[in-house]
Design a binder for this molecule. Structure first.
Ligand code: BES
Ligand code: ZN
Length: 890
């Protein structure tokens, strides 16, 4: 969930397992709200002041009091409350005798002199707060108006626990209520909320204002409520199933909303057909927000996006960004059913939302853009990322107990998203599409407007499929990690007999614990590489499989399509048989990259030497598939981080240049007329690699093309800009750097600004590195983007220590800026995990021991574990790698 597209890679690897043991801090004290009083309806009026950047509001909350009580407790944070009273039924109003506000528990407790009777009551109060800069609750987002004035819009971001910063409420996903929202706004501003506008009247005392009331919402969770007030243009259309869809853009940029509009209007009927349930609201708005902490948020009927995750400028948007936008739109619209209509009971089941939406975004993009071959890309982005995190001892189960808001924030990670989506994909394959869909429909119908536990999904799917879904799936969602399936093979006449054994796979190569999984396994053979020859469910530690009429001389492969969430360890003879099938491409792309990626993980865990991977890499020189190349690239990037400080790094660079040179030549710099989307992606990947590793031809050409671009003689196509910028910046002097800054300042499209600012970190020059870090913190870079610029610095060898030193110096400022949260967690992960020595592990450990930053605890433990794995990997293999590379005489 890196905004702007999946990009950065993880680490891991052996030894020192004691040092990497799981030491999580004590969970913070946390209690859910008492069940005696529950809200059923909110009537909220909000009036943001866009000049003073404050807001005031009032609300009436209809309560269901289950038994007499002297206390009412609800969530509120950073709001001042006034005029609190409770009206009992239709009758008298009582005031609380005291109001106790706690910032630790983020609650207010009202105490009453005498018990409030059971039944219906109405809590009314007024409140006010600040439109903050933290991108949480109701906050302000800056833009420049058409006449050049700096202005603010008011925007909300509530998930997971920040609705309480905007209006006092029972801020838990299971406490669904209906909402009447009214916005008091200036005449020249656009007010938006989840539901369509119902009425608009002049304000009774201020002629500059109008009072806009929205229709009543269905029963929904507080984290999905949204409002936006600002200046926007829009494009609109009606989907074939009659939903009014609008895409709101910055003023004057409505053209840039057209792509998303087209995607959204097609996606809504697609989901309606897929789930067999209509989208329940009358309208669907998508809006681009200039300051936004995550990539996008699925507020019911009013989905908010980072500009880069929604806007397409035909001349300046790259093919990969367009693809990413389609995925994001598909993801957020999937939540309208899965998440909004049916919601998890508590954040422990967050993965139901995020894992499922991540799976479905691929279904829908595959339907709309078959040419993207998106399911293949799923494996290199989503599936592999999950496995790489999940092989750490400091991973966590998909279903994880969480309480305090900072713990909730931390689980929006690759386990909830990527492992969640990967196990659902495995389940989808195990059940078949027909039963899977029937089960989904049962689940959504049965629980609409309600809340669910993970088990509810399993029940519906097993009813539909008659398969033991809960038994199989709970082994995947309740246990941390995944199995390695070790294969042994012998011949019995015409038959091949495989013995499969499962054991938890750990990055340090240790034997793991006693965990066992129920593993749906499929097997393919040389006879028909793209067909599943045999299927079975591995239910015990070990099992034998007989493959009839499979001769000794042909290959056999587990996990065709790379669907099963496990690693396969082959004996050398079986692996040797598979290599020619990679080289001559008899194996389908997903299988080529599956074999390779499994082998690479064995290397990281010390089961095999890195040299084996280097040897196989050379089998890919004639590869043509984008996704296979991106798997190769992921592996090369990991090795590059590992070897960056060794005395033979230049030989490694030469090795990579050679690896990519043939495909580089084949693709060239110019797009062929009407070429495939995936070739476009491949070209920027390959040229980027050649440039990064210093291929002279590519570096020279990149410089030339950038000069022509800057001089406005020949514009660089959007797809080539990132690789060109990075290549040039990597060798840049002060003058080139200034030129890049000028391009940044002139860029109007946010995607272009991102591309430039995230290339700046490629510089190797110590002075420029410092300038990039300063720039990242300057007012020229929005808070939402700062961390990505710092991360770009941390990705090079000299930048890594500079970024870390910078973080240590500025961490307080950074933590205050974001109040913890997702962006700081990302930053810590990427600037620490690539270190490769025990000394650095100790330093990072000591730093965070003294400074516990809420919501980053697990991430820090994961980084420490990864650093120690890197150190052991390097110790183990560096001499043999050095010798292998030297013997190639590159
Ligand atoms: N519900 C999330 C947004 C979110 C993320 C809220 C983290 C709070 C914390 C949304 O559906 C989402 O997953 N957004 C992703 C993009 C998606 C395409 C993977 C994001 O923001 O990165
Ligand atoms: Zn999501």
């Amino acid at each position: 969930m890196t905004p702007g597209g999946p990009s950065l890679q993880l680490n891991n690897f052996v030894g020192q397992s004691e040092a990497a043991a799981v030491i999580m801090p004590e969970p913070k004290p946390f209690e859910r709200l008492p069940a005696v009083v529950r809200p059923t309806h909110y009537n909220i009026t909000l009036q943001p002041n866009l000049v003073k950047c404050v807001f005031q509001g009032s609300e009436e909350i209809t309560l269901d009091i289950k038994e007499p009580t002297r206390e009412i407790k609800f969530n509120t944070l950073e709001l001042s409350l006034r005029d609190i009273k409770v009206r009992l039924g239709e009758g008298e109003s009582v005031k609380p005798s005291s109001t106790d506000i706690s910032t630790t528990t983020e609650t207010a407790t009202l105490s009453f002199d005498r018990p409030l009777p059971a039944g219906t009551a109405t809590l009314s109060l007024s409140f006010s707060g600040e439109l903050n800069d933290k991108m949480k609750g109701m906050y302000r987002s800056k833009y420049t108006s058409v006449d050049g004035e700096e202005r603010y819009s008011a925007v909300t971001q509530f998930e997971a626990t920040d609705a309480r910063r905007c209006f006092p409420c029972w801020d838990e996903p299971a406490l669904k209520a209906t909402f009447d929202i009214t916005l008091v706004v200036p005449h020249d501003r656009i007010p938006l909320s989840n539901m369509p506008e119902e009425s608009r009247v002049p304000h009774e005392s201020d002629s500059n204002l109008q009072v806009v009331k929205f229709s009543r919402s269905p029963l929904m969770s507080t984290y999905l409520v949204a409002v936006v007030v600002g200046e926007y243009d829009h494009v609109e259309d009606t989907s074939s199933d009659g939903i009014k869809v609008r895409v709101y853009t910055p003023v004057g940029k409505q053209e840039q909303g057209k792509f998303a509009l087209e995607v959204a209007t097609k996606v809504l009927p697609y989901y309606k057909e897929y789930f067999k349930i209509a989208y329940p609201l009358p309208k669907m708005d998508l809006i681009a927000i200039a300051d936004f902490s995550v990539g996008a948020m699925e507020n019911w009927g009013l989905v908010t996006y980072r500009e880069t995750c929604l806007l397409v400028d035909p001349h300046n948007t790259s093919a990969s960004q367009r693809q990413w936008i389609a995925l994001v739109v598909g993801h957020e619209l999937a939540h309208q059913w899965f998440g909004n209509l049916v919601t998890m009971e508590w954040w422990t089941h967050l993965w139901l939302n995020e894992g499922y939406a991540t799976f479905v975004e691929f279904l829908c993009v595959d339907h709309l853009f078959p040419e993207y071959d998106i399911w293949t890309q799923f494996v290199t982005n989503t599936y592999v990322r999950a496995l790489e995190l999940d092989c750490l001892k400091n991973s966590h189960p998909i279903e994880v107990p969480v309480g305090h808001p900072s713990e909730v924030d931390e689980i929006f990670d690759d386990i909830s998203y990527s492992k969640g989506a990967s196990v659902i994909r495995m389940l989808h394959c195990y059940l078949g599409d027909k039963d899977f869909r029937a089960g989904m429909n049962k689940y959504l119908t049965r629980h609409q407007y309600g809340n669910t536990y993970t088990e509810d999904l399993w029940s519906a799917l097993s009813e539909a499929s008659k398969k033991p879904v809960a038994e199989v799936m709970s082994t995947w969602t309740k246990q941390t990690g995944f199995p390695m399936i070790t294969v042994a093979s012998h011949q019995d006449g015409d038959n091949r007999v495989l013995t499969l054994t499962q054991q938890r796979f750990l990055a340090d190569g240790s034997a793991g614990d006693s965990s066992q999984w129920m593993v749906p396994i499929s097997i393919s053979t040389q006879e028909d590489p793209s067909k599943v020859a045999q299927e079975l469910l591995l239910e015990s530690r070990t099992m034998q499989v007989v493959l009839e009429n499979v001769s000794e001389s042909t290959w056999v492969k587990l996990n065709p399509g790379t669907v099963g969430y496990y690693r396969t360890q082959y004996p050398p003879e079986m692996l040797t048989q598979l290599i020619p099938a990679i080289q001559d491409k008899c194996l389908p792309p997903l299988d080529r990259l599956g074999v390779f990626n499994d082998l690479f993980s064995m290397v990281q865990a010390g089961h095999t030497s890195t040299v084996e991977v280097l040897k196989i890499l050379r089998a890919f020189e004639d590869e043509e598939d984008f996704t296979v190349w991106s798997a190769v690239h992921n592996c090369v990037a990991r090795l590059n981080q590992l070897l960056s400080h060794t005395d033979f790094h230049s030989t490694f660079a030469a090795f990579v240049r050679q690896l990519f040179s043939r495909i580089g030549q084949r693709l060239g710099w110019e797009a062929k007329p009407g070429e495939k989307h995936l070739d476009t992606l491949l070209r920027s990947l390959v040229l980027g690699q050649l440039g990064l590793y210093g291929d002279k031809g590519v570096v020279g050409e990149a410089r030339k093309r950038l000069s022509a671009h800057v001089a406005h003689t020949t514009t660089l196509p959007a797809d080539l800009r990132s690789p060109v910028y990075k290549t040039v910046v990597a060798q840049a002097d002060e003058k080139t750097y200034e030129q890049m800054l000028k391009l940044y300042r002139e860029a109007d499209l946010h995607e272009e600004k991102d591309r430039i600012s995230r290339s700046l970190g490629a510089t190797r020059d110590p002075n420029l590195i410092q300038r990039v870090l300063q720039f990242a913190m300057s007012s020229e870079v929005r808070n939402q983007d700062t961390v990505f610029v710092i991360i770009s610095v941390a990705m090079t060898a000299p930048g890594r220590s500079a970024a870390w030193a910078f973080f240590k110096k500025h961490y307080q400022e950074l933590v205050d800026r974001y109040e913890g949260g997702y962006l700081v967690t990302r930053l810590i992960k990427y600037i620490t995990e690539n270190f490769t020595s025990e000394d650095m592990a100790r330093e990072v450990e000591a730093f965070f021991k003294d400074r516990q930053i809420p919501g980053t605890e697990r991430t820090v433990q994961q980084s420490l574990e990864t650093i120690r794995l890197n150190a052991a990997w390097l110790n183990r293999d560096q001499q043999t790698i050095k010798k292998y590379l030297a013997d190639l005489h590159l």
